[in-house]
Design a protein around this ligand. Structure first.
Ligand code: GDP
Ligand code: MG
Length: 355
């Protein structure tokens, strides 16, 4: 069995690639499962993976390294009941130090499992950084980003369709120079993940992987710069314009974040009606809040919001509340809040850490 640990920054395309990979493997009669992970406990990713027909288990309320025992019992459960050929475990986008806190401890306790660490990076983001057009506003977040890339067995330069071949060549040259000895692949995860799957499959495990040389104070500081909001609401629209209301709400939330200069790590929505679902996602590279919801006559829908944004939790909450109030005033509808949690991730305290 292969455990494909899949890391990389918020919005880099991990879930998209995993779902595509699972569907491909299922069509080849392989057994697959996914373990999602988040600091919160209501995850757009889990809902999305499930909706795409893939078996999913969830580790919530903290990253894999801090919820190591939960991850281990999910792995055991899947091994015992589903016997998967591949388990994809997607770590939180602001998390790093996977070798020391997961790979090393797990390889001792589960020697039968082959582990491969893939780290995703958004090609558009890398290119913009290299051209000096953007970067995270905060030094400690930059630190996490760099550390994530450093510990990849397989480094996936993803979303290659968003940059020109010349930009890709430049990104590739720099990444190869900075990461000698790593398997580096180019990918458009919306289309073809076959090279990634072959690379994972053929990867021969490194006997002695190096744990990161990492300063937990800077890592913790980086995580604490991000506010986390999970909110699930139900929109009831007696005139059947629920999709229109949701679209307006999503667009205003994006627009307000832009106007307040709140850097978006990942702003995700999962919309669910009686017989339809849709995931909508904005990342650091998004420039417009325009979305299309391909559903007409929606009288009721559930909207799950996962926002990971560089600001303070109370500001993020205020902004989301304001957008909901505006939506209520703008249309005839009832919006009820089902669940909400707003916080910043705590200082990372891994269960195990092997240097
Ligand atoms: N153009 C393009 N978009 C992608 C690609 N991979 C992912 N995305 C989009 O990037 C956004 C974030 O993807 P997601 O898989 O949720 O990122 P995660 O946070 O790393 O799991 C979504 O809107 C995806 O549709 C890609 O290869 N090309
Ligand atoms: Mg994801």
């Amino acid at each position: 069995m292969i455990l494909a640990l899949t890391g990389g920054f918020l919005g880099s395309g991990k879930t998209t690639a995993i779902v595509n990979a699972c569907q491909r493997l299922i069509s080849q009669h392989k057994k697959v499962a996914v373990i999602t992970n988040d600091q919160g406990d209501e995850q757009v990713d889990s809902a999305f993976v499930r909706a795409m027909g893939v078996m999913v288990e969830e580790v919530g309320n903290g990253c894999f390294c801090c919820q190591y025992n939960e991850l281990k019992s999910h792995l055991q459960y899947l091994q015992d009941t589903e016997h998967p050929d591949v388990i994809f475990a997607e770590s939180v986008g602001s998390c790093t130090d996977l070798i020391a806190t997961l790979v090393k401890p797990l390889s001792k306790r589960k020697p039968e499992m082959k582990m491969v660490v893939s780290v995703f990076a958004d090609a558009g983001f890398l290119s913009a950084v290299m051209e000096g057009r953007t970067f995270f506003a905060d030094e400690a977040i930059r630190y996490i980003y760099k550390k994530q890339l450093e510990e990849a067995d397989v480094l996936v330069i993803n979303k290659t369709d968003t940059i020109t071949p010349l930009q890709l060549k430049h990104v590739d040259t720099v990444i190869k120079l900075e990461n000698p000895g790593k398997a580096i692949i180019h990918q458009n995860s919306l289309e073809d993940v076959s090279t990634w799957l072959t690379t994972i499959d053929q990867f021969s495990e490194v006997v002695s992987r190096h744990s990161l040389d990492i300063d937990y104070d800077i890592y913790g500081e980086g995580e604490s710069k991000l506010a986390w909001l999970d909110k699930s609401i139900v929109i009831r629209a007696p005139h059947g314009n629920g999709a229109f209301i949701a679209r307006g709400l999503i667009r205003s939330l994006f627009d307000l974040m832009q106007s307040y200069h709140y850097h978006i790590g990942h702003l995700k929505f999962f919309l669910e009606g009686e017989d339809w679902q849709q995931k909508i996602s904005f990342t650091a590279m998004s420039t417009s809040g325009e979305v299309s919801i391909k559903q007409e006559n929606v009288f009721q829908l559930k909207l799950l919001i996962n926002a990971r944004v560089q600001t303070e939790p109370e500001y993020l909450k205020k902004l989301v509340d304001e957008v909901i109030e505006r939506a209520k005033k703008a249309s005839v509808c009832i919006i009820t809040i089902e669940r909400e949690s707003v916080f910043k991730p705590g200082y990372p305290v891994p269960v195990h850490r092997e240097g």
